[in-house]
Design a protein around this ligand. Structure first.
Ligand code: AMP
Length: 113
């Protein structure tokens, strides 16, 4: 999509600190990190949210989780990390290209805010 921020990052048109790539995913550091490790994992193809990705490309949805796990391991947090999928503005989604937040490296309270 022409006006999608994360499509532009996937295409390399907007810079990002990419930490891991796979056939279907790209993982890069969040611009406003909320934890020592805060990485966003996105599918290369555009889907607006997690449910749409799971329906349209289930293997990419699974690859999103596997990529996040690989980054957690690489950053030394194999056993303690959080994955977040905000869906809808009311739940905090601000970029409407599916992205899995990986948060790790600090104590993470529950319930989340
Ligand atoms: P969400 O609020 O769940 O839609 O998450 C969007 C995330 O994208 C936020 O955590 C932002 O800090 C992050 N973000 C926005 N623009 C960029 C960018 N250019 N590079 C990396 N992360 C970004």
């Amino acid at each position: 999509m022409d006006d999608c921020l994360f499509c532009k990052i996937v295409a390399g048109d907007i810079p990002a600190e990419v930490v891991h790539t796979t056939e279907r995913t790209v993982a890069f550091r969040d611009l406003a990190p909320q934890a020592p490790t805060h990485v966003l994992v996105v599918p290369r193809d555009h889907y607006a949210n997690a449910a749409e990705l799971a329906t349209g490309d289930p293997e990419a949805m699974a690859e999103l989780v596997r990529t996040a796990a690989a980054v957690a391991v690489a950053e030394g947090y194999a056993d303690d990390y959080r994955l977040v999928l905000n869906t809808g503005a009311g739940a905090g989604q601000s970029v409407f290209h599916t992205h899995l937040h990986l948060l790790a490296g600090r104590a993470l309270g529950w319930p989340p805010g």
